[in-house]
Design a protein around this ligand. Structure first.
Ligand code: CA
Length: 353
């Protein structure tokens, strides 16, 4: 096992902007990453002595602003490196498919005889419910999953891949629908996500109900949650949407995020993209997820889906970068990075016997 580490300065990468955010020590209590060092917040009181961010996240926007100010001003112990745990208890995990380029690229590969974008795609942010219990913190090894790879074929996945995504974390719960305008009152912050994917298991199982075991073995998130308030300067207008969204999806286009992204494999950056290319924005995802009356809970994680741009070299997965010619080998090291969000690391471990 690699030691579990939080986001660290990476002098060699171009996505080197300072990251600030809240995390949780493996041995309990909350931490603040101020861009250079980890500040121990346990001296700030009860909510900061909790094992995870959930109590702080549930406290609402005013408490979040106070917590940011308190963390920045806090004169607590400094540490250069520490073991960090998953920063929040995940309630539910939803993964969207909000990048038009990614949806089109995968559509071409999975359904070569058809239009790459299915007819529903421009009318709603397509998503599936993932598995909350296998979300883990950056630094966790990904054990090559076993599964059914096709008709009559079972064994370790031969097409293990990454998916570079960002995700938002719900703080304040709701008992029913939320509008796009409610986004910043309910969502605590944003994390970087690697939705590890076994393409062979996925391709055989996904019809007609969507991803299952090809995705549920591990999803890695950054050790730091960046509060929404610290992403204000990164907000930009999302891409044009055609047809015009239906009423519950009509707002929220001012919440695209200008965050540079990097995908590194074994020390080499192999892709550079930007989160602003996502077709659907995070407020639209939250509004859609609750539009049927579904409640959200503190700790709900909603990820965007793989972020791929339109230019070669901006793809967020290996299957898009290399066709079907290069997947992850045992021992491979993957690092995803995003401006403001830090990194997500993982090493491929051989399949269990
Ligand atoms: Ca995904």
């Amino acid at each position: 096992m690699l030691p579990l580490r939080g986001a660290r300065p990476a002098a060699e990468c171009s996505v080197a902007d300072p990251v600030s955010g809240f995390g949780a020590f493996a041995d309990g209590g909350l931490a603040w990453w101020g861009g250079r060092e980890i500040v121990d917040l346990r001296g700030l009181g009860d909510v900061f002595a909790q094992p995870t961010l959930n109590a702080l996240m549930a406290a609402g926007p005013e408490a979040w602003r106070e917590a940011i100010d308190a963390a920045r001003a806090h004169d607590g112990p400094r540490v250069r490196d520490a073991r960090m745990r998953l920063p929040f208890d995940v309630a539910d995990y939803v993964d969207f498919n909000a990048s038009r380029e990614h949806a089109s690229n995968l559509g071409r590969m999975l359904r070569p005889e058809q239009e790459p974008l299915l007819p529903n795609w421009r009318w709603l942010p397509v998503a599936y419910h993932g598995r909350a219990g296998s979300v883990a913190v950056s630094g966790t090894d990904v054990v090559r999953p076993r599964g059914i790879l096709g008709a009559g074929a079972a064994g370790p996945s031969e097409r293990l891949d990454v998916e570079l995504e960002i995700g938002f974390v719900v703080g304040v719960p709701s008992s029913g629908p939320l509008s796009t305008a409610d986004f910043a009152d309910h969502v605590f912050g944003v994390v970087l996500v690697n939705d590890w994917s076994a393409r062979d298991i996925q391709a055989f199982e996904y019809v007609p109900l969507g991803p299952f075991l090809g995705k549920s073995f591990l999803t890695s998130v950054s050790a730091w949650v960046t509060p929404l308030a610290l992403l204000e300067e990164r907000r930009v207008e999302g891409p044009e949407q055609e047809p015009a969204p239906l009423p519950h999806l009509a707002g929220g286009r001012d919440w695209a995020l200008d965050l540079d992204l990097e995908l590194e494999l074994n020390g080499q950056v192999i892709s550079r993209g930007n989160a602003r290319t996502l077709y659907w924005t995070m407020p639209q995802m939250l509004a859609h997820a609750t539009s049927n009356g579904a409640a959200v809970r503190t700790g709900d994680l909603m990820a965007t889906g793989t972020i791929s741009g339109s230019e070669p070299g901006t793809e967020g997965s290996l299957i898009e970068l290399y066709g079907n010619t290069r997947f992850l080998a045992d021992g491979d090291q993957v690092v995803l990075r995003a401006t403001e969000l830090g990194d997500v690391r993982g090493r491929v471990a051989q399949a269990a016997e």
